[in-house]
Write a protein that binds this ligand. Structure first.
Ligand SMILES: Cc1ncc(COP(=O)(O)O)c(C=O)c1O
Length: 392
């Protein structure tokens, strides 16, 4: 279901339906928890999802619905469901797919709370195998009779490792295994995995979709069957729904997503090249650099290489020296904001991951994660250069 409009036009108009909201150019915020039924018969049918309609905002809400249509359009998916956070979207999707006794294959290098969630799923009776996801064959080797989901995160947080989206999807499709990909780092501006054969995509909308570090949100995009199953089962029962204001802020973020991503992409490439040439930097991980071991794959499946960079400056001491000396960049977790955020993965976002798994995943003690903002690239470079001069 590839969209024919350019992404810039799509981002501005996605989800919009002026006639539905009295011509309002900005989608109204339906700040309501409950909606009146027209009569008892229709009320019962709406309540049971037999006919369309709103009745309670844990199930749906008109503002949320516009956001869901927008995200489905941007990701070339059939339908979408929004959540209160990225983790609510990931757990909602996985619990929709899996029941106790089912098996899932996922990358070793992955966002830390997703890693924690997978471990938690094992306590609920699911089986999990972690693989080096840079080689699709490892997914194939891990297949068991009870394998139900291949989970992908590409590019991965924080290592910027890639999965071969087409390769893994094709193995999964042949074996009738569902594929779910976390597209938070790339955004649909740079990568639309459903067009490469993935069944469903999740996002932390907290990041680039919102874009301004002022919301927590998540979304699952996939078939209507998957999305509605999730809405009427897991999400209805677990209740991880976003507020109408959150949905509105995410919608507002989407309108400038293309413009912001253009700048994130060009800034990050310039900064990755600067870091690669700096004597104090041991290694730079950025899919847009020819030195990235999967650069050719990146060119095949990404339209741009994103705003996230990881680089190594030695050990914990050097990493801390660097992040303590930046001035324009902000020492903070999260990513995808208009301002540049920097953090030390081993002691911050990925501190909860056991050291042995961190090492296997490539998260070294001196790894710095940089979420490049939309400031002037030269200003960010100057700030990093000065902070690097303080690293001994
Ligand atoms: C790749 C990725 N996925 C999911 C999440 C979780 O999103 P949230 O914090 O919105 O729950 C994050 C958060 O950092 C992330 O980086």
């Amino acid at each position: 279901m590839k969209n024919s409009k350019s992404f810039h036009s799509l981002a501005v108009h996605a989800g919009g339906n002026l006639s539905k909201h009295q011509g309002a150019i900005s989608t109204p915020i339906f700040n309501a928890s409950t909606f009146a039924f027209p009569d008892a018969e229709k009320g019962s049918a709406i309540h049971e999802g037999e006919i369309p309609g709103y009745f309670y905002s844990r199930i749906n809400n008109p503002t949320q619905e516009v956001l869901e249509s927008a995200m489905a359009e941007l990701e070339s998916g059939e339908a979408a469901i929004a959540f209160s956070s990225g983790m609510a979207a990931i757990s909602g999707a996985l619990l929709t797919y899996l029941k106790p006794g089912d098996h899932l294959v996922a990358p070793e290098s992955i966002y830390a709370s997703t890693s924690g969630l997978l471990e938690y799923l094992t306590s609920l009776g699911m089986e999990v195998t972690l693989v080096d996801a840079t080689n699709s064959e490892n997914y194939k080797q891990a297949i068991q009779d009870n394998t139900k989901v291949f989970y992908l995160e590409s590019p991965a947080n924080p290592t910027l490792k890639l999965c071969d989206i087409r390769g893994v999807s094709s193995i999964a499709n042949k074996a009738r295994i569902n594929t779910l990909l976390d597209n938070t780092f790339a955004t649909p501006y740079n990568q639309t995995p459903i067009e490469f054969g993935v069944d469903a995509v999740v996002h932390s909308m907290t990041k680039y979709i919102g874009g301004h570090a002022d919301i927590l949100g998540g979304v699952l995009i996939g078939s209507k069957g998957l999305v509605e199953k999730c809405r009427w089962s897991i999400n209805k029962l677990f209740g991880g729904v976003p507020s109408p204001l959150t949905c509105w802020l995410a919608l507002r973020g989407i309108k400038t997503l293309a413009l912001r991503m253009e700048k994130h992409n060009s800034n990050a490439l310039a900064i990755a090249e600067f870091l690669e040439s700096h004597p104090k930097v041991k290694k730079v991980h950025y899919p847009g650099l020819t030195s990235h071991p999967q650069h050719e794959l990146a060119k095949k499946q990404m339209r741009g290489f994103g705003g996230m960079i990881a680089f190594e400056v030695g050990g914990v001491r050097e990493g801390r020296q660097l992040v303590n000396n930046v001035k324009l960049c902000t020492l903070a977790v999260s990513l995808g904001d208009v301002s540049t955020l920097i953090q030390h993965s081993a002691s911050m976002t990925h501190a909860s991951v056991p050291k042995e798994l961190r090492t296997r995943a490539g998260i070294t003690d001196g790894l710095i994660r940089l979420s490049v903002g939309i400031e002037d690239a030269d200003d960010i470079i100057e700030d990093l250069d000065r902070a690097l001069s303080k690293v001994h």
